[in-house]
Design a protein around this ligand. Structure first.
Ligand code: ADP
Ligand code: MG
Length: 254
């Protein structure tokens, strides 16, 4: 159990409360839920705990596969100690299917599809696609590589490094989830600087930051969401969705 009165609260994001403890960061994953750049808000029981436990699971799996992360320790039931890093002010998105904001942007005429991608919702993006959006702006927007370099957010070499890392994370998550009958449609990650190294930060493998579809339904041509789209699109009870997802991924009761 994390003792909040022994740490200093330094902020709160849309979903997590942020504390400082002996030079490290402690995140408390709350039940706060937001969508559409914070315009839609609610609270759902168990959401924080599910996201914290799943993030822990996937930080460990990624570390085991040689990926550097900010993870230090899980503090049951809903907190996590991490190394303090300087967050790179962009979100890195990896897509295996044409859906979400890419599908919307394509229909608005503001996005091109990767070569070979059929312009039909839910069609697969062969080999995956990595793209970038802003992080600390009122409304997150896609950014081109030139702007990322011009603003000094990442060098060209770092963009390549982050792209390679994100693709590796995609492969590791995809394989683990597929064993549980879950399709990883897309996900978002954040990176930070720890000294001169770039490490995976924030959270990973959670239904807040990933789009998950049920594989059995997918094989029948149906798209059953196991993630925050249930909230975005008002498709059902988010608490139940998250708890069921947790139990399915880990084989354990929450
Ligand atoms: P947001 O509203 O930006 O999504 P969250 O509720 O997810 O915020 O809270 C986490 C915040 O902490 C984010 O702004 C994220 O960029 C930042 N962050 C993530 N990992 C670290 C870290 N290791 N050190 C410092 N800040 C971090
Ligand atoms: Mg966040």
């Amino acid at each position: 159990m994390f003792k909040k009165d022994e740490a200093r609260k330094i902020g709160s994001g849309k979903a997590k409360d942020i504390y400082e403890l002996d030079g490290d960061i402690v995140f408390v994953f709350t039940d706060r839920t937001t969508a559409f750049d914070g315009l839609k808000k609610a609270e759902f029981a168990h959401k924080g705990e599910v996201c914290c436990r799943l993030s822990t699971r996937y930080f460990k799996l990624l570390e085991d596969n040689g990926i550097l992360t900010h993870f230090i320790a899980f503090i049951p039931p809903d907190a996590m100690r991490v190394k303090k890093v300087e967050i790179v002010p962009i979100e890195v998105i990896c897509r295996n299917f044409l859906t979400g904001s890419l599908w919307r942007r394509y229909n608005e005429g503001s996005a091109k599809l990767p070569p070979g991608t059929e312009p039909v919702e839910h069609s697969p993006i062969d080999g995956g696609m990595v793209e970038f959006t802003t992080k600390f702006e009122e409304r997150d927007r896609p950014v081109e590589l030139d702007e990322i370099v011009d603003k000094g957010w990442l060098t060209r070499d770092e963009i390549e490094e982050v792209t390679t890392l994100t693709r590796k994370i995609n492969e590791i998550l995809k394989e683990d989830l597929e064993e549980k009958g879950i399709v990883l449609a897309d996900f978002k990650v954040e990176y930070g600087r720890e000294g001169d190294r770039i490490v995976l930060a924030d959270e990973v493998g959670t239904p807040d930051g990933c789009r998950f579809w049920d594989l059995e339904a997918f094989n029948r041509g149906e798209y059953v969401s196991l993630d925050k789209d249930v909230f975005r699109e008002g498709k059902g009870d988010l608490s139940k969705t998250y708890v069921r997802l947790y139990e399915r991924v880990t084989g354990e009761k929450l």
